[in-house]
Design a protein around this ligand. Structure first.
Ligand code: SF4
Length: 351
């Protein structure tokens, strides 16, 4: 236990070694939580949590074989397929989400990669949501450099594309696209100037080493993802991971804390699986440095705690939603640049 200088934690670094990451995971729980909270306070208001809403704009019938996903066409999960939604419907949902307090609106579509025709429609949705003064995010699968640029031009703030797990465990979960494919899409998104939302899923049967490797990969990207969703597997009947052994909650909380330490300026997001977490566990996740959640009734196709429960938990913990940067900018520019680009983020299970 001599590799990490805990006094230096809080500095942004992109050269973390696996030994260092494992050392952080192995800290006594109280020490890990102390350092995570200390670093969190260096960069964020500890009593603010960023709130996003996620809408599935095209559901099911995805040709990929992600073993956790009810949207894959390969698994019979009883999921009702839905074609790409109409632009008006999407904007209506965005308005409703805004009225409930969400500042960020993420649109998820179950594609391997969108066709250019589909992307054109989605770009219009992005423009419309942006004009409402909300931050925009999309998760649509793999993107080419040109497609990423189209979304950037429409005003997309964040793109979600998860690495899911370590490179070695990944091939046990997905065979229809490679880890490198994912890294390439992340690069295309970065090159287009869109903020990156990228994380993984815990509890799929991976080892401690896999979780450490996932975080090491994220924390050694040339630039840390601005948003790092940490999902807990939702066991969906009909998927190959239906019976995966549940993850020890402390392992989940430790992973949040280590993500906070490795990527001190990123928003760490509590994502899928929150329905299965007690209020106490969520509070520990916030203490460990999580500062972003999804809010509302649905997280793509899996349940999400209802907004009222979130309101009550926030009130108990004295947490307030983080303000949107887009709202401020739209006011400042007096709507002169309706499609101006700002930063934002979000995440999804898909992608
Ligand atoms: S996670 Fe995304 S890419 Fe994988 S099957 Fe589900 S919708 Fe398709």
């Amino acid at each position: 236990m001599t590799q990490v200088n805990t006094q230096m934690l809080g500095t942004v670094r992109n050269n973390w070694t696996l030994a260092e990451v494992r050392e952080l995971f192995a800290l006594p729980f109280a020490d890990l939580m102390y350092h995570a909270q200390r670093v969190h306070r260096q960069h964020f208001n500890p009593n603010e949590v960023q709130v996003s809403t996620l809408l599935s704009i095209k559901t099911g019938a995805c040709p990929e074989d992600c073993a956790y996903c009810p949207q894959s066409i390969r698994y019979d999960t009883g999921l009702e397929r839905e074609e790409l939604m109409a632009i008006d419907e999407v904007l209506e949902s965005a308005r409703a989400a805004k009225a409930k307090g969400a500042t960020r609106f993420c649109m998820g579509a179950a594609y391997r990669s969108p066709k250019d025709k589909q992307l054109k429609v989605i770009a219009e949705m992005v423009r419309g949501v942006r004009d409402l003064g909300m931050e925009t995010c999309a998760t649509l699968g793999m993107l080419t450099p040109n497609q990423a640029q189209t979304l950037k031009d429409a005003g997309l703030d964040y793109y979600n594309h998860n690495l899911d797990s370590s490179e070695s465990f990944y091939e046990k979960i997905i065979t229809t696209r490679t880890y490198q494919d994912r890294l390439d899409t992340l690069q295309n998104v970065r090159d287009a100037g869109i903020n990156v939302c990228c994380g993984g899923i815990l509890g799929m049967g991976e080892t401690d080493q896999d979780r450490a490797q996932l975080l090491q990969t994220l924390a050694t990207l040339p630039k840390h993802p601005e948003s790092v969703p940490i999902n807990q597997l939702v066991h969906v009947a009909g998927t190959p991971l239906k019976n995966a052994a549940p993850l020890d909650p402390f392992e989940f909380i430790r992973t949040i804390a280590v993500a906070r330490l490795l990527m001190p300026k990123s928003h760490v997001r509590l994502s899928a699986g929150r329905t299965d977490m007690s209020d106490e566990m969520q509070a520990l996740c916030f203490l460990a440095g999580a500062n972003s959640i999804f809010y509302g009734d649905k997280l793509l196709t899996t349940e999400n705690p209802e907004a009222d429960r979130d309101h009550a938990l926030f009130a108990k913990l004295g947490i307030t939603p983080e303000a949107s940067t887009v709202v401020a900018e739209v006011c400042e520019t007096d709507h002169a640049h309706e499609h101006s680009h700002v930063s934002a983020m979000s995440n999804a299970v898909a992608g």
